[in-house]
Design a protein around this ligand. Structure first.
Ligand SMILES: NC(=O)C1=CN([C@@H]2O[C@H](COP(=O)(O)OP(=O)(O)OC[C@H]3O[C@@H](n4cnc5c(N)ncnc54)[C@H](OP(=O)(O)O)[C@@H]3O)[C@@H](O)[C@H]2O)C=CC1
Ligand SMILES: Cc1cn([C@H]2C[C@H](O)[C@@H](COP(=O)(O)OP(=O)(O)O[C@H]3O[C@@H](C)C(=O)[C@@H](O)[C@H]3O)O2)c(=O)[nH]c1=O
Ligand SMILES: [Mg+2]
Length: 296
């Protein structure tokens, strides 16, 4: 029976982890009020009082554009907090499961990234997440760093829910078509995390970085097309026009990688786990988002 310390329970992945980790032990789920990750002493006190057998840390500073002008906060939550969790995990001799991002890669080229490829983040958020990864590795604790991408779900702030809302409000949408990656359902991330824990791996032997995304690839424009196809089929209003545009035509404070393709070979070869394709996951997720039909 595990005694699991879970952070960021109100986030997309944290919300699903609370559900997926049940049955593996007691889940001590914390939100920002119960455990403020900007407070290193609070993190240490919490871990030392709870004496968990596993720490799972999906909490993060995820506002990519805001991070460009808010680096101190991004670093505190994405780099310093994981460093302290890792130090405490090392002291207790327990594993830490942490989440990272496709935004650690440069985005150059078109070949799918492998976990061993060089990293070169192009924005503050990506750099802060990379610093978190490095601190965990340097701590020497048993760890899984699960790099995911383009996370969405029925809860929280994400591209799926933004598209459904904009689709109701606007007749025309322009969406970037030259950033390629895998939209990933928060539930897929949580379920696969739970499968790994349930398999009781030799944590020392499996410690390292793994990609964990839904299968296949598309652009944000392709993702939006799939969302509106499914939304239209259930009677929701969708935009009359959906255009694919170049990244340069959608200026944002943070630079985003164009190539976010991530191979899943290591996850499959190590744990025998193969996440569903992104379009299958999207259909399953939409089943849980109630349709908004105007005039009803
Ligand atoms: N979202 C995405 O598209 C992607 C996410 N990832 C990574 O996956 C993981 C999960 O992301 P996701 O679930 O989408 O993130 P969310 O932004 O949905 O959730 C993050 C959670 O972290 C919490 N948090 C932020 N600051 C603090 C703090 N100081 N103390 C305690 N809690 C805090 C937030 O709390 P509050 O609700 O109070 O703000 C929120 O509940 C993260 O590591 C992220 O970097 C990787 C690739 C893509
Ligand atoms: C709303 C909107 C977005 N876009 C583009 C901007 C961007 O390139 C893409 C996605 O927009 P978002 O604001 O969701 O992007 P963003 O929040 O940067 O998403 C990223 O979040 C972090 C936390 C990660 O780790 C990444 O994997 C990735 O999911 O769509 C349009 O082209 N048109 C639009 O109308
Ligand atoms: Mg976002």
């Amino acid at each position: 029976m595990h005694n699991i310390l879970l952070t960021g329970v109100n986030g997309q992945v944290g919300f699903e982890l609370r559900r997926s980790l049940q049955g593996l032990g007691h889940v001590h789920a914390t939100d920002r009020e119960q455990l403020d990750l900007c407070d290193p002493a609070a993190i240490r006190d919490m871990v030392r009082a709870l004496k968990p057998t596993l720490i799972v840390n999906p909490a993060a500073y995820t506002a990519v554009d805001k991070a460009e002008t808010d680096q101190a906060a991004a670093d505190a939550i994405n780099a310093t907090a994981p460093a302290i969790l890792a130090e405490e995990a090392k002291r207790l001799g327990i594993p830490l499961i942490h989440y990272s991002t496709d935004y650690v890669y440069s985005g150059e080229g078109s070949a799918p990234w492998r976990e061993t490829d060089p990293v070169a983040p192009t924005n503050v958020y990506g750099a802060s997440k990379l610093a978190g990864e490095e601190a965990i590795r340097a701590s020497g604790c048993q760890h899984l760093i699960l790099r995911t991408s383009w996370v969405y779900g029925a809860h929280g702030k994400n591209f799926l829910l933004t598209m459904l809302k904009l689709g109701r409000e606007r007749d025309a949408l322009n969406i970037v078509a030259d950033q390629i990656g895998a939209p990933t359902w928060s539930r897929s991330i949580a379920d696969i995390t739970a499968h790994i824990v349930a398999a009781r791996p030799d944590w020392q032997a499996v410690s390292g970085i793994y990609h964990l995304v839904n299968g296949g690839e598309t652009s944000w424009h392709g993702f939006a097309e799939a969302i509106f196809k499914l939304a239209a089929a259930r009677g929701e209003k969708v935009p009359a026009s959906l255009s694919g545009i170049a990244t340069e035509a959608y200026p944002t404070p943070a630079k985003r990688p164009k190539n976010s393709r991530l191979t899943l070979d290591k996850l499959r070869d190590t744990f025998g786990l193969v996440p569903p394709s992104w379009d299958t996951a999207l259909e399953l997720c939409l089943d849980e988002v109630p349709p908004v039909i105007q005039g009803q």
